[in-house]
Design a protein around this ligand. Structure first.
Ligand code: ST9
Ligand code: ZN
Ligand code: ZN
Length: 352
């Protein structure tokens, strides 16, 4: 798929990288302010309820729930988080690695628990986000402000450009997967069971938790937190942070987001090299749990064909388009021996 540089704003897959200066030739369209917002009251009411319930759940998490329920909520947070990061994002939206069916089944289960709509729909919007970043065809166009890119985009009808330009997306790989088709077809049945019923029933049944604590902590609090952490990648990581790889784009390196988002948040790198399964330059699995998870499944062969980017390509891009903040190559000091600094900077030089 050869990108049309007059229309497309960002790379999506490895094959798009043949146009390395795409970032420099982008032509953002900014008509959003003149586009009338059509509020979706169903969503406004649902998200208001969710946030009130989530806050109450946070209170119960701290002061009332059994410790088993708190641990359970944390485990569900990680499981549903991986359903987004390792599943919807790195596997399905970006095809940055391949997964055998048992792993895809696990990921689709985790993904359904995260309730961010079916993985096919999530990947469709996310491909638009990369291809048309910060334009009206980007579902959470960050040029419309922090609130819009965080949650506002889910409270209004989509901009016509999203539907118009979205017709050109190739989603055949997603529809070819029977597991993804099954999830989409039965989503309204599966999602409530896995995201709300299961997290509520297990603590009551397994360790005698109250229904109140189980529902508000393991279901509502956990769901509200994970949604907001995910949305922070669209809002905060498109606003604050260094741009060591490409200073011409809005996505930035945001460590605080990455810590909560299981390794997503190194967003300047990710928008520059979206096909890298690590979504970050360094394979530091201590703060990139998703990378550790994929690496683990590589060991048993369920994850394979992992795509990444060579040091040479990263370095040349840093020197050409970075903002000078890259710890190793940012200031272009040729006297520093690459190996010495690489070993000093990389917490785990072998890329786990
Ligand atoms: C949620 C998603 O929260 C969050 C995603 C965040 C993404 C983050 C990415 C960051 C990187 C990854 C980091 C992960 C970190 C995770 C950390 C974890 C610890 N292309 O949508 P509709 C067409 S979901 C092509 O209804 P409206 C299509 O024909 C929360 N065509 O538009 C479609 O029909 P169909 C829970 C497109 O009516 C038709 O338009 N979910 C495209 O304007 C209608 O589509 C909710 O709250 C496209 N991209 O409504 C539901 N899009 O689908 C929220 C649309 O049949 N959504 N078309 O093919 C909605 O209610 C609605 O979508 C709406 C817009 C009201 C927002
Ligand atoms: Zn982004
Ligand atoms: Zn992405």
């Amino acid at each position: 798929m050869a990108p049309n540089t007059t229309d497309v704003n960002g790379v999506l897959f490895e094959s798009d990288a043949a146009t390395p200066d795409l970032a420099l030739s982008r032509t953002p369209v900014q008509q959003a302010d003149s586009y009338p917002r059509k509020l979706v009251w169903r969503n406004i009411i649902a998200f208001t309820y969710l946030h009130i319930a989530g806050l109450y759940g946070g209170y119960l998490f701290l002061f009332s729930a059994k410790w088993q329920t708190a641990v359970f909520a944390l485990i569900l947070y990680i499981m549903s988080g991986l359903g987004i990061t390792a599943g919807a994002h790195r596997l399905w939206a970006h095809k940055s690695y391949k997964a055998k069916w048992p792993l895809r089944l696990i990921l689709v289960f985790f993904n359904t628990m995260a309730f961010q709509d079916s993985a096919i729909d999530w990947a469709r919007d996310h491909r638009m986000h990369h291809k048309y970043s910060e334009t009206d065809a980007d579902p959470h166009n960050a040029t419309r402000g922090f609130f819009f890119s965080h949650i506002g985009w889910l409270l209004v009808r989509k901009h016509p450009q999203i539907k118009e330009k979205g017709k050109g997306l190739d989603l055949s790989d997603l529809y070819a997967d029977p597991i993804l088709r099954f999830q989409k077809k039965y989503y309204l049945l599966l999602m409530p069971l896995v995201c709300f019923v299961l997290p509520t029933v297990v603590p009551v049944w397994a360790w005698g938790e109250s229904w109140l604590n189980a529902y508000f902590v393991a279901a509502m609090f956990r769901y509200a937190v994970i949604l907001n952490v995910t949305w922070l990648v669209n809002s905060a990581a498109h606003k604050w942070g260094d741009k060591p790889y490409d200073r011409h784009i809005q996505p930035a390196e945001n460590l605080s987001v990455a810590l909560f988002a299981l390794g997503e948040g190194f967003h300047n790198y990710h928008h520059t090299f979206p096909w890298d399964y690590k979504t970050a330059e360094l394979g530091n699995t201590r703060i990139n749990l998703t990378t550790a998870f994929i690496n683990l499944f590589t060991k048993i062969g369920w994850a394979y064909d992992l795509k990444t980017v060579s040091d040479e390509i990263v370095r040349s891009r840093v020197q050409r388009t970075g903002d000078g903040s890259h710890a190793l190559w940012g200031w272009g000091d040729e006297d520093i021996a690459k190996e010495d600094v690489t070993n000093a900077i990389r917490i785990n030089p072998k890329d786990e």
